[in-house]
Design a protein around this ligand. Structure first.
Ligand SMILES: Cc1cc2nc3c(=O)[nH]c(=O)nc-3n(C[C@H](O)[C@H](O)[C@H](O)COP(=O)(O)OP(=O)(O)OC[C@H]3O[C@@H](n4cnc5c(N)ncnc54)[C@H](O)[C@@H]3O)c2cc1C
Length: 199
């Protein structure tokens, strides 16, 4: 894979050694490659915005975006994966996707070790032909107060638990399976034995 690096940290992954995605080809509804506009007169290309993180089109990295935990929904191969470097990246690519009729959804990238994937069971985070946003790009623990912890949505409950245990604390309520992303869990789940109503 070659990487095109422009100012700041914009990185557009590309398949092959010399080609680089430069934008969305509105005419053909596909990614546009460097030189397309010169080679294909009349083609309209909308440039990818400058990003702090990465947008990769390297299909060898798409395996775990083509299914979720259940494997009930498979073959959901995206066009490109955004690993955001900032909140602004998500805003920019959301606008970009919307204006080019591309689907975009956050993928919690839950799990352990390198075995990361959406833990949805019916393709809720899948965007075939679209742009998944890897939650691992926004997974920092930002601050810890006496009774609060401020995190980015991609952090997992396991990471928060490790962080708080080293301070002798835990969250008052947790899902039973800890390596789930906070954003994905609060979006669709949020159940666990520690959350049972008290009688
Ligand atoms: C083995 C296993 C154990 C589980 N255990 C529990 C449990 O104990 N308690 C519980 O409550 N649930 C549990 N679940 C269900 C879990 O909450 C859901 O699967 C949920 O999908 C969380 O997984 P995820 O972080 O991978 O998010 P994803 O599946 O990737 O995302 C879920 C949905 O939220 C959206 N989304 C994700 N992140 C964001 C974000 N930051 N902002 C906006 N939208 C976002 C996605 O696009 C998708 O629509 C479990 C699932 C599995 C497979």
């Amino acid at each position: 894979m070659s990487l095109h690096i422009s100012s700041r940290r914009t990185v557009l992954g590309a398949v092959g050694a010399i080609t680089t995605v430069v934008g969305w080809n509105v005419t053909a509804a596909s990614w546009a490659w460097a030189g397309d506009t010169a080679r294909l007169p009349g083609v309209r290309v909308v440039s990818v915005p400058e990003l702090d993180g990465t947008l990769t089109t390297d299909t060898s990295q798409f395996g775990s975006y083509a299914h979720d935990f259940s494997r009930l929904v498979t073959g959901t191969v995206p066009w490109a994966v955004l690993t955001p470097g900032s909140v602004q990246d998500i805003a920019k690519m959301t606008r970009y996707a919307r204006s080019n009729n591309l689907k975009l959804a956050v993928n919690g990238r839950s799990g352990t070790g390198g075995d990361l994937e959406s833990h949805s069971c019916y393709g809720q985070a899948a965007v075939p032909g679209g742009i998944p946003v890897s939650a691992r790009g926004m997974a920092r623990i930002l601050s810890t107060g006496a009774d609060t912890v401020t995190v980015e949505a991609g952090v997992t409950f396991a990471e928060i638990t490790d962080h708080l245990l080293s301070r002798g604390r835990t969250l008052p309520a947790l899902p039973d399976y800890l390596p789930l992303s906070v954003g994905g869990t609060l979006g669709v789940g949020g159940i666990g034995l520690t959350m049972a109503p008290r009688v």
